[in-house]
Design a binder for this molecule. Structure first.
Ligand code: HEM
Length: 506
């Protein structure tokens, strides 16, 4: 008995010693403050105690105690959380903070290599690939607004028709669960492949099923994979990795099949018709040993789908929800649309600039929903500093966008849906620099150019404000489905998948 007590005491003493040494090391290295770290698990318990379901809320709470820049040890992963707009704006656009976190777990999606754009290494090959994508999106996608408009209009047409039918068949009740995913995927597909699928096309439906299977495989175990990537092969079923591997294989094969078809067709040689053709041309010109390869193209296609589909469709779903919950805002928006857009027609590109209230509603949706709550994980590119603190190379940098978009010091009544905060006295749309749904600087979202137009703020009109001035968002994007909400975001791989298992009722 005495021996057992001795062992327990010894264990406790060793634990205290380890905590002390850890804390001492933090002070010595001048790392940002944070909760004391336990051996092996780091701060996982403190994060779970602060909010076990929504890490962005946990980080906000812990930030109130430890400061806007805070060290958090997630298992074996050392991370720094930024909670304030000022720090995000100052540091995230710089080269030192422009790398991405990348672990063996992430590599499962990308042929066990570091491919694609989202997780590409800063500065090369990311720069080459990003440039290629921006040019291609300009030539075949977002750049040609009228072309995109035609694609979007076709989708709108189908959405409205299906909605009318569904309401008729179901006594006025329509379930919005993943309703917009199909159309959004189709627009992305049109951008990449130059065509769109019929909504009943088995290929499109298969792609959606794979996306859904991927999402529902994201469970608590996924957070464990982020905290301990080295454990990835130990419990593949429990962590959802088995399902994810199957989905990665199938989606990547789907994209490769399309690439093979385009190569066989040969249009890329003389008259490239889409982004895939352009990339094949680069492969043929530069050779497979460069950054251009079939696998690279597969992952870029995958990246654009992963990054573009859930984020966009969930934002639209949130917007519908807030309009349903705020009938006065809905009426006001309808009035504006009726005034500008002739009845029975869809809005045109030219009319878009006159729809100020609509822009304000979209901006407010981005703010309140913050569908990518912890941004896509950044990493320190080299040893650097943040304010007076030391940030070691490779540190996982978490930007708490949701916390910032709900900060009382920046936004009056942040939990209230209020588009008016984005309007000036004349009812004209008024951008706010602190609205950052698409991230910062060099790694700004690739889809932002299109989305952000109404939210663009020129550097000269950048606001200077004090914290007290009341003014006017890897898994786990925040999503909403009819009657249910899913506010879950896990520690973030890409903040792009949602956790269906943790949905709770409105
Ligand atoms: C509501 C819609 C969307 C939201 C809220 C959103 C948000 C974000 C955020 C926060 C980032 C990280 C930025 C950073 O690290 O500073 C990001 C990156 C990215 N997004 Fe989006 N996104 C959306 C739509 C799209 C669309 C439609 C596309 C496809 C064209 C897309 C493609 C990407 C890519 C490729 C990246 C990685 C950029 C890089 O690392 O260089 N996103 N997005």
């Amino acid at each position: 008995m005495d021996i057992i007590v001795c062992y327990i005491l010894l264990g406790l003493l060793s634990l205290l010693l380890l905590i002390y040494l850890n804390e001492n090391l933090r002070t010595k290295r001048n790392l940002p403050p944070g909760p004391f770290r336990l051996p092996v698990i780091g701060n996982l318990i403190q994060v779970a105690l602060a909010d076990s379901k929504e890490p962005y809320k946990a980080f906000k709470k812990l930030g109130q105690q430890y400061g806007d820049i805070m060290s958090i040890q997630l298992g074996s992963l050392y991370s720094v959380v930024l909670n304030s707009y000022e720090d995000m704006e100052e540091y995230l656009p710089t080269a030192d903070y422009s790398d991405r976190l990348f672990t063996a777990w992430f590599a499962e999606r990308t042929f066990d290599k570091r491919l694609g754009i989202i997780f590409a290494k800063y500065q090369e090959p990311w720069q080459v690939l990003r440039r290629f994508c921006l040019r291609s999106l300009r030539d075949f996608g977002f750049g040609k607004r009228s072309k995109m408009h035609t694609v979007i209009e076709s989708e709108l047409h189908d959405i409205v028709k299906e909605l009318q039918m569904s309401v008729k068949e179901n006594d006025g009740i329509h379930t919005f669960d993943c309703y917009f995913t199909l159309s959004v995927l189709n627009v992305l597909w049109a951008m990449l492949a130059g065509t769109r699928y019929e909504h009943s096309d088995p290929k499109l439906l298969r792609l959606i099923k794979l996306t859904r299977d991927m999402m529902s495989s994201c469970n608590f175990g996924n957070n464990i994979l982020l905290a301990y990537p080295e454990w990835k092969d130990w419990f593949p079923d429990w962590t959802g990795l088995t399902v994810q591997r199957k989905c990665y294989r199938e989606t990547n094969a789907f994209f490769q099949e399309f690439i093979d078809q385009r190569r066989k067709l040969g249009a890329y040689k003389t008259n490239p018709e889409n982004m895939v053709d352009e990339f094949i041309r680069e492969i043929e010109t530069n050779g497979e040993d460069t950054v251009y390869s079939d696998q690279q193209l597969v992952i870029i296609m995958n990246d654009l789908f992963v990054a573009g589909s859930e984020t966009t469709s969930h934002t639209i779903s949130w917007c519908i929800l807030y309009l349903l919950l705020n009938q006065d805002i809905q009426n006001k928006l309808q009035e504006e649309i009726d005034l500008i857009v002739p009845k029975g027609t869809f809005p045109t590109v030219e009319q878009e600039s006159q729809l100020h209230y609509l822009k304000a509603v979209l901006a407010e949706t981005h703010r309140i929903a913050s569908v990518v709550p912890l941004m896509v994980p950044r990493a320190a590119e080299k040893d650097t500093t943040c304010r007076k603190y030391f940030i070691p190379k490779g540190t996982y940098v978490i930007a708490n966008i949701h916390g910032m978009h709900h900060n009382k010091d920046y936004w009056k009544d942040p939990d209230t849906f209020c588009p008016e905060r984005f309007l000036d006295a004349d009812g004209k749309y008024k951008p706010d620099a602190r609205l950052k749904p698409f991230g910062f600087g060099k790694r700004l979202c690739l889809g932002a150019r299109h989305h952000i137009d109404p939210f663009t703020i020129s550097p000269s009109s950048k606001l200077h404000f004090t914290q007290s001035q009341p003014t006017s968002t890897f898994r786990g994007s925040r999503s909403w489905s009819h009657k249910r909400t899913s506010n879950i975001s896990s520690f973030d791989k890409v903040s792009m998948n949602r956790n269906l298992k943790h949905q709770h009722h409105l």
